[in-house]
Structures are given as C-alpha cells and as structure tokens.
Write a protein that binds this ligand. Structure first.
Ligand code: PLP
Length: 399
C-alpha cells in the first residue's frame, strides 16, 4: 500500500474558522474572517453585469470544445488593457504576453513556474506580512522564498524606509512580490510617490517585480489601483503581473485570472509565451472558460462595462464608508487608541492590531470571528453589527 502512508494534515485555518462560525448558534455572531466581498445584507451576490453577460454567453455558446492552453485570446487582450491601460507603451511595442490562469492563484503559480524555468536558484522575496497563500503558491514548486519588511504596526502603514533599504540590498535577478493595491492582509498600500521612489531601486539593482493585483478597482479606482504596476511596466525591461477577476467581477468560483509578462523585446516575449503554454499543459492543460467568456463579454460592451464599473464603485464606496464608520465607533467605544489608520488603508482588509489572546476572546466571548493575526474583512461589517463589533473590541482591549 502506498497512500496509507500519508499523514493527516491540519485543516486550513480559514476553513476551520468558517466551520466554527457556521456552528456558532449565537444570533449576534459576526464573520470578519473569510475574504469575500459582502453587501449590506451580508451577501456576496452575482454582479449584475456578470448575470447579463452570462446569459448572452450561454445563449450564443454552440460548443464546449477546448479553447486553448493559453485560454481565451479575447479575454487575454481585454485583460491586458484593463490591467495596463489602453495604449500603454509596452502593449504598443508588442512586449507583453498573457496567459489565462485558473484564478489569480493559478496565475501566481504559472509565474512561479516560469521563474523556476528561467532560474531555479531565484529567490522570491515577499512582504512581511503577505497573503498566506503566497507562500505555498510561490514556493511549492521548489523556489526559495525570503521576506522583506513591509508593515509598521505602530502607524498602520507601510514601513517604507525599511522596505526601501532592504530592497536596495538585494542581488540582481531577485524576484520581489508586490501587492498592486489593497494589500492583503494589512490594507496598507504604497503611495504613488513611494512607487516612484522604488522604481530606480529595481532599475539599478536589476530586480524582477512580480506584482499581484487581486483587487483592481476596490482601493481607489480601476486606473488608480494599477498606478504602480503601469509605472513599473514603463520603466523596467521585465515584469510579471498576476491578475484576478475573483473580487472585482465577483467571479470567485469561476476561477478567472491572468498572468501578464512584460518582456525586453518581442523575441523574448514569444519564448516566454511558449514556455507558459508548456507549463499550463503540464499542470492542468486548459483553464476554465466560463468566467473568462463573461469578462470578455463585459469588457467588449460599453453598456456592460458601465454597469460593472458602477457596481464596482458601489462596492468600493461601501468599504470606504464602513472604514469611516468603524473608526468613529471605535473612537467612541475606546478613545485610548487611535484607529484612524483604518480610514487611510485600502481594500477589504485591515489589521485590527490586537494579539492572539484578544482574537480568541473576541471569538469566544463575543462571537466575532477573524483570523489569528487579527485581520478583519471590513466588508463583513453592516449597519446592524458595526456598533456591536466596536463595543466588543473595546471590551476585549479593556481586558
Ligand atoms: C493577495 C491575493 N492574491 C491573489 C488572490 C487570488 O484569488 P483567486 O485565486 O481567487 O483569483 C487573492 C485572493 O484572496 C489575494 O488576496
């Protein structure tokens, strides 16, 4: 027997948290754990434009035959424009190659495989902290991982001086993972000026950025959230971008994402695409088409694009409004601590900045669920529970 040798692995902490939340019978329970967008009724509904596009796609679809290992070519092109901006110099120069991936996670893994093919000794540097899944996605194929300082808990923002100094010491061809916007788990983003300050470090030291954009449009705006990566694409010979349609299009389970590679020239670009196609064939052969067909349908229709943009703006404004309301409520419930950094952060997540024992107390005494690092999903708050949550935090902080 062979499989019986395998050890039982511990459950993923997020899955354990979801199960504990479901099993909690308390009526006032609050779920701030799972990283999906929620509306003011606590639902994650299908986006209106997605619903309409889906109907059109299904009505027209005459076959379920394979598309291609690189996915839907129309989707790939539409994503290049969405991510990099129409008319970006690297698009005009024909230096970008795109492969559709199974979600942003799939795109990250494709990128990791490409890096390993080019340089098995490459070290991938991720921010401290980073999205927990970056670790297995980027190093599960044998690449070595290292960390660079990123977040300053005292100010709730990026520890830019330390980050800059650490990157400025890396050897050439180091891979540096950056979050395009809405940093997960902290919500602390680089400012435009900080992106501009980092670019010469990458140029001078010959670093390869790998930018993860999982929340385009949920921070400040569709173009604003891509500011840093568009700047880096213009100023560097090579760049990897993993993009996800899970959150901004609400396509989570349809597994829709893309990997964009900016190359030094067209010859290098063609070689990279041929490698990516080979990598996809070796892992899963072809990506799922449904979500990509929907995104293409939306992005090729002015009417649907407008509808999607409006709904996305609504999601972003809801999150921003909740951040402001939360800071007000926390200031009233616990004036001893300044929580105003929460309004300066972007996207769905913030670190509450309480310790693991306090996270446990919030869960056990007040039925408030968040991950042990005190990451909260702001979109899990609603008019009915935001006051309850702020009071629970204050009680736990008072001990
Ligand atoms: C930082 C980050 N990158 C990538 C992803 C990938 O998402 P998906 O694979 O669902 O598209 C997520 C999702 O939570 C994320 O937070």
């Amino acid at each position: 027997m062979m499989l019986e040798r395998l050890d039982r692995l511990p459950d993923d902490p997020i899955l354990g948290l979801m199960a504990a939340f479901r099993a909690d019978p308390d009526a006032s329970k609050v779920d701030l754990g799972v990283g999906v967008y929620r509306n003011d009724r606590g639902e994650t509904p299908v986006v209106g434009a997605v619903r309409q596009a889906e109907e059109a796609v299904l009505a027209r679809q005459a076959s379920k035959t394979y598309v291609a290992p690189a996915g839907n070519a129309g989707f790939n092109q539409a994503m290049e424009k969405l991510v990099l901006g129409e008319g970006h110099p690297v698009l005009t120069a024909g230096r970008v190659r795109t492969i559709q991936g199974p979600g942003g996670s799939g795109a990250l893994r494709l990128g990791a495989e490409l890096i390993r093919a080019a340089s098995p000794q490459a070290i991938v540097h991720v921010p401290t902290p980073t999205w927990a899944n970056h670790i297995p996605l980027l190093s599960g194929n044998g690449l070595e991982l290292a960390q660079y300082p990123y977040f300053d808990g005292a100010t709730g923002s990026v520890n830019f001086n330390e980050m800059h100094a650490a990157l400025d010491k890396l050897p050439a061809r180091s891979v540096v993972v950056l979050h395009a916007s809405c940093h997960n788990p902290t919500g602390a983003d680089l400012t435009d000026a900080q992106w501009r300050e980092l670019l010469p470090v990458f140029q001078k030291r010959g670093l390869l950025p790998f930018i993860d954009m999982a929340y385009q449009g949920l921070g400040t705006g569709v173009a604003e959230d891509a500011y840093g990566l568009r700047l880096f694409a213009e100023g560097l010979p090579e760049l990897l971008i993993a993009s996800s349609c899970s959150k901004n299009f609400g396509l989570y389970r349809e597994r829709t994402g893309s990997l964009h590679v900016v190359n030094e020239n067209k010859t290098a670009a063609d070689a990279v695409l041929s490698q990516l196609v080979r990598i996809a064939r070796r892992i899963y052969s072809m990506p799922p088409d449904h979500g990509a067909a929907i995104v293409l349908e939306i992005l090729s229709s002015e009417v649907l694009t407008r509808s999607w943009t409006e709904e996305l703006t609504g999601m972003r404004k809801r999150i921003q409004g909740l951040r402001e309301e939360l800071v007000k409520r926390l200031a009233a419930a616990y004036p001893d601590k300044d929580f105003s950094y929460i309004t300066r952060q972007k996207g769905m997540f913030s670190y509450l900045g309480v310790d693991t024992a306090q996270v446990r107390a919030l869960r056990e005494k007040h039925h408030v669920y968040m991950t042990d690092d005190s990451r909260i999903n702001i979109a899990g708050l609603r008019a009915e529970n935001i006051g309850y949550f702020a009071d629970a935090v204050a009680k736990v902080l008072r001990g």
